[in-house]
Design a protein around this ligand. Structure first.
Ligand code: ZN
Ligand code: ZN
Length: 332
């Protein structure tokens, strides 16, 4: 999904909740859609009829979505997509939930369903992509001494949780990957490159891009972190922290083994804390980890500077805001 700034919502129903009569679906499929606008219109009526909420991107190259709804509705939705010969092979990751996890339904038509921004050099992952590894294969590939794990997500996602030892590019947007690869070519050269992301869609492109860039030994975690965490055999082993998701849950548990640990802490007192908040100074609004005790004491701010600026009513320009957030991310 295209990342947007989420509110600092709780992760209370993150762990293995099965109480609800709702399901959350995460899915994508790269396939040719001749008329994306028409497809989107038809898709919108389907989702509205079923009462689904969530975010769906549709483009000439396929569909990328996550929705929530009552179980009968999400089941009917899955059947509808599987019965359409164009999307018969689509796979769904399903999480139970007590309720909707999206405020509304949003369906958008985009040039790309994940944006690498390659322009004329764009390609189909159905033609070029890294070798797919099952969770078990991934688990053993991680032990390879020549392996380099590449987190195919943005900085605020890998901050919350990541595979132990992975390279986590400090980028805000997937489209910044080509530049990151260019700048880090040396440490990738001659290595076995293992790419992973939330549900697998970004790695289809990222691993294909790496192959096009001349790297030969490129792999991707099939089904992403979400599938890895649900796998009966590996049970998420080797993943630290929580997996960032683009719905109200924000973070979900992945590692169900004894090796599970949280990796995030309150920026003020250092106590373990895994719930994102946004800095209360609107011109900053950075995603930060701050515990309830510290927030009650000195407000939900990155630091004293943000609090003073907020109290003084200082408002930054758009450009200054971007710089402020980058600075906040690095000063934690
Ligand atoms: Zn604290
Ligand atoms: Zn701030």
């Amino acid at each position: 999904m295209s990342p947007s700034r989420p509110p600092g919502l709780s992760i209370e129903h993150a762990a293995g909740s099965d109480q609800g009569a709702f399901d959350i679906l995460l899915y994508y499929l790269y396939f040719d859609i001749e008329d994306p606008e028409l497809y989107a219109d038809q898709h919108r009526s389907l989702c509205e009829t079923l009462g689904l909420r969530g975010r769906i991107l549709i483009g000439k190259e396929g569909i990328n979505g996550t929705v929530s709804g009552p179980r009968e509705a999400t089941d009917a939705y899955q059947n509808a997509l599987r019965e359409d010969p164009r999307s018969a092979t689509i796979e769904f990751k399903v999480d139970p939930s007590a309720d909707h996890v999206f405020p509304k339904l949003s369906i958008k038509v985009r040039e790309e369903i994940v944006t690498l921004g390659l322009g004329a050099k764009d390609f189909s992952p159905n033609e070029t992509s890294g070798t797919r590894l099952s969770p078990t294969e991934w688990h053993s590939a991680m032990q390879d001494e020549n392996a380099v794990l590449i987190d195919g997500r943005n900085n605020y996602e890998s901050d919350l949780g990541r595979f132990r030892g992975a390279l986590c590019p400090d980028i805000d947007n997937f489209r910044d990957f080509p530049q990151w690869v260019e700048e880090n070519r040396e440490q990738l050269e001659g290595k076995k490159l293992l790419t992973y992301c939330t549900g697998g869609i970004r790695c289809e492109k990222l691993s294909g891009f790496l192959k096009n860039e001349g790297f030969d030994d490129v792999y991707q975690l099939e089904g992403g972190i979400v599938t890895y965490g649900k796998d009966e055999e590996v049970k998420g082993d080797g993943f630290d922290g929580l997996c960032y998701v683009f719905d109200e849950r924000v973070g979900v548990e992945v590692n169900h083994t004894a090796s599970h640990r949280l990796i995030t802490e309150c920026r003020a007192c250092g106590k373990e804390h895994s719930e994102y908040s946004n800095c209360a100074w609107k011109s900053c609004n950075a995603r930060i980890f701050i515990c309830d005790t510290c927030a009650a004491e000195s407000g939900t701010y990155c630091d004293d500077e943000c609090r003073r600026n907020d109290e003084a009513g200082i408002v930054l320009t758009k450009e200054e805001q971007v710089a402020r957030r980058a600075q906040a991310a690095h000063s934690k």
